[in-house]
Ligand binder design. Sequence first.
Ligand code: ADP
Length: 539
Amino acid sequence: MLGSMMNSQLTITSIMKHGKRINPNKEVVSITSDHEEHRCTLNDIFERSGKVANLLKTHNIEKGDRIATLAWNDFRHMELYYGISCSGAVCHTINPKLHPDQVSFIANDATDKLIFLDVMFIDLIKTIEAELTSVKQFIVLTSDASVVDGLGDNWSIYEDDISAYSNEYDWPELDENDPSQLCYTSGTTGNPKGVQYTHRSLVLHTMAAIAPDAFSISKNDCILPIVPMFHVNSWGIPYMAAMVGCKLVFAGQKVAEPETLSRLMQNEGVTLSVGVPTVWNLLAQYIQKNNISLTTLKRLVVGGTAMPAHLYRYFQDEQDMTILHIWGMTEMSPLGTLNHIHAKEVQDLDDEAFFEQKLKQGIPIYGVELKLINDDGQEVAWDGKESGNLLVRGPWVVDQYFNRPDVKNVDGWFDTGDISTIDQYGYMKITDRSKDVIKSGGEWISSVDIENAMMSHPDIFHAAVIGIEHPKWDERPLLIIENHSGDSLSYEEVVTFLTGKIAKWWMPNAVEYVEEIPMTATGKMHKLKLREKFEQYSF
Ligand code: ADP
């Protein structure tokens, strides 16, 4: 016999309806291509989502159809999130920083019916337009009609298109397991793979993420999401903000400009912001140079790659902020672990050991289970020493990639491709990606640990370690440092700096300097490209 409680469906529509009734008047500030500063309310966004849904109906969009966006963070992108998903279609966010061939692959794989795009991505789409056979209409997110002059009948202007429609829309009753959003991984190995989130997975992820021991978001917050809405739904912020009813600030295409960010943070009273370490590094340099204190910003959510120690200390000690270090991935919606609130036994560690704990990727959030296994499939002890392949499961972890029945989870667990340790307190620490790990004399060397140790040097922000074939040890580490000034550390200085910070036998055999370490479209060091560049290297 089943229990006897109501079976209300957990849908994005329920977040929108709640937001409309309970939190309609919170402000949303945006920079867009046609507005230096646009102000509206959460309610305006939900109202205009009705217009979006009516527009989709005119294009004969059916339940489950994929509708693509190539857009920066702003109010229009948020209208599309709600208008598309709540009408029963799937909002497919495409990363415009990917190579055009990948954008074309992704749009065709998803058979997108419409593409909503920002003005600055018109040229990108024009180069692949002929290949996008499933797309019936390209709708440019602006009010400036001139931008589509001469582009053809299948190009139109968002504000013109939606102005014809009413806000009223009879939102359908959806099943919580219906698809709502689609996001492809960046595809650093092979073609990108699509992760199709359900209404249920996103609602549960949102509820878990706003909790006090997680992001601790309330209606008194003001959030500036730096993570793009084309990358794992901006880590879920557009849903969290609507669920609690807090103010939102979107920096649009200016999201990588520290001057704009710090101005918005101060003027709008931003209390929480989410982004990758690269952005925090740019911001730290700018505010340090200009002697700025960010007085309202109290919490930084950092993830995507590990937070370098010196940057952690700067924001914690100089700017009096709390760092919420998170780990996750596209396949996990993205939240997996979080390092923020510490149990008493961890706080009681000495200062250095406590700080080491803080730099780890953290403990799993409720809903996510972790498992560590070795190459023989045996579970590895949670002792903080032995590393293993990290597997995860939970209601917002991918079960099956879109269109890829050939790639399957094993025994209900998803293999993250990350190598990690978990200590006795439950804190997970990423030590490598399985494809990046260096095997020396049959033992694993953590490229990530060497990189983090090197990047704790105040003059070095990007340092990568890759394995190079070695006649005796199979592989040995090569350290590659990004060097802008030409004033580089010698190999001896590097060895002195790393001594005591990493195991002796992990010491890189050599150091090479490059002008720029290549980055992926999601802001991670592109090790594949580095390995190609140094393919012929020998010690
Ligand atoms: P991609 O776009 O690269 O496919 P994801 O954003 O899904 O991207 O990347 C997920 C991966 O990023 C994780 O598997 C892990 O290797 C890395 N990652 C995420 N957060 C952290 C973190 N806090 N520290 C170290 N690595 C991280």
